[in-house]
Write a protein that binds this ligand. Structure first.
Ligand code: ADP
Length: 341
């Protein structure tokens, strides 16, 4: 007999398109004759037996919504043996034979641990940062990048009116994908990322050159995790000496204005990047990955992450996926520099 009942949950940082993924999982599973239980607040729902019977109708009117209607959580309890055992017991009690885990790397570690305890799991990559190595794209990344572009466009309007320099800080503690793609699409003059080291002198030189060439507004897009002169400026405990609280955008705009005399403002986009209606691209990606995850469970597969490579759906063992490294797109970064300002 095939799989009769599965679970689905969204876990870790939320991302636009998670609802579309849940919808695809629920409807694909129902189509296969399976029943689906939604776990509320990620792994917490499994630990505390908070499960919702999902029907075709329970995912109606969710495809266009950001956030996640199953809610999400960071669950420290799930990282304990006791918490994990409770989750396993809940699955067994309800006859859950497989779980689709929609989230990031942390959530996949949890999925691997749950699989090892007898509950087959399939991971679906969803995070705005696009920092899951086994896949070219993650659910939420396209929407977040579009939000950055939208904001950069607006800032450009007002920067131009005032001959200002604008520093836009975007999400990405360790990965510069949002800054790179958002910066290119937003026509940024300078893009600063965690993957590349910059000095303040480099940035000042570029800004002064652009001004000398007659450019009115200057747009700098910077990842929250970028460093200047090897110093990380986002975490309070790392801000020593002249580097003050407030993150890299605040630091950089103060320095630029002082050194160059050009009026400079900064804007930290923050959590708006996580919200909003998912783009068409994210909805389609979520539909494909969610559907594929259910096919995996149907075929009796477990401990896999579904992913996209060369625009095709593929899947990897979770441990293998967690060990993979996604090389930074240096060619894209060089191109961005060549066509800026
Ligand atoms: P993301 O999935 O976005 O990377 P987190 O890193 O917060 O987000 O992970 C989400 C949840 O996955 C955590 O709250 C925890 O319950 C579970 N998790 C994270 N890391 C592990 C781990 N090493 N082992 C087991 N479970 C983990």
């Amino acid at each position: 007999m095939g799989v009769k009942r599965i679970g689905v949950l969204t876990s870790g940082g939320d991302a636009p398109g998670m609802n579309a993924a849940v919808r695809a999982v629920v409807r694909s599973a129902l189509h296969e004759g399976m029943e689906v239980l939604g776990s509320v607040r990620g792994y917490n729902g499994l630990i505390h037996d908070e499960l919702i019977e999902m029907s075709i109708r329970s995912v109606t009117d969710t495809i266009h919504r950001g956030g996640t209607s199953l809610f999400t959580a960071r669950s420290p309890e799930f990282r304990t043996e006791e918490g994990m055992q409770k989750a396993v017991d809940t699955c067994k009690r309800h006859g859950i034979e497989g779980v689709v885990v929609i989230g990031g790397d942390g959530s996949f570690r949890g999925a691997r641990d749950l699989t090892a305890r007898g509950i087959p799991c399939i991971g679906v990559p969803a995070t705005i940062d696009n920092d899951i190595s086994c896949t070219e794209v993650t659910i939420g990344y396209d929407t977040a990048t579009n939000t950055v572009v939208d904001m950069a466009d607006k800032l450009r309007d007002t920067s131009q009116s005032h001959d200002r320099c604008s520093v836009v800080e975007v999400m990405g503690r360790h990965a510069g994908w949002i800054a790179l793609y958002g910066g290119i699409a937003g026509g940024a003059d300078v893009i600063l990322l965690p993957e590349i080291e910059f000095t303040l002198e480099d940035i000042v030189r570029k800004v002064e050159l652009l001004k000398a060439l007659g450019q009115r507004e200057i747009i700098i897009v910077v990842s929250e995790g970028a460093t200047i002169g090897g110093k990380l400026l986002t975490l309070d405990e790392e801000t020593k000496g002249e580097v003050r609280l407030g993150g890299i955008a605040s630091f950089l705009s103060t320095k630029l204005e002082t050194i160059t005399g050009i009026e400079t403002r900064y804007c930290v986009l923050g959590h708006v990047q996580r919200g909003g209606n998912p783009s068409a691209r994210d909805r389609v990606l979520a539909a494909r990955l969610g559907h594929y995850a259910v096919q995996m469970l149907k075929e009796g597969k477990s401990n896999r992450v579904v992913a996209v490579q060369n625009e095709q759906l593929v899947d990897y063992d979770i441990t293998e996926a967690l060990d993979m490294k996604k090389p930074f797109d240096m060619d894209m970064y060089r191109m961005a520099n060549e066509i800026s300002g």
